[in-house]
Design a binder for this molecule. Sequence first.
Ligand code: 5GP
Ligand code: ZN
Length: 112
Amino acid sequence: MDCLFCKIATGAITVTRLYEDDLCLAFPDIHPQSPTHILIIPKQHITSLAHATPEDSALLGHLLATTATIAAQQNLAGGYRTVINTGDDGGQTVHHLHLHLLGGRAMHWPPG
Ligand code: 5GP
Ligand code: ZN
């Protein structure tokens, strides 16, 4: 499958692996939007949140819990933002489910 994040998950494309377990991988975003900007992906290809099924519920929970653990390790005591862009209107550009972990500056609301 010609998927950028699958290639990163398998190691075909090298990234700094900030966290890894059997189910997921975290690495820095190549175009950071904040001082800390980390992507958390499932190793299994899921195109987007809209493509997740009830059978993926445990994996989705694991991704969120892992994101909180990584945030704690990144000294984001002041808070942080987690984002999942889904589909064209959601601004998704890489079609492999991923969470953005953004921190290190105050965030604004509403988002653009
Ligand atoms: P999306 O817009 O799909 O929610 O987010 C995709 C993210 O992947 C973007 O923030 C973009 O900067 C990041 N990205 C795209 N290509 C690469 C890459 O080759 N390496 C890394 N580390 N991040 C990437
Ligand atoms: Zn993929």
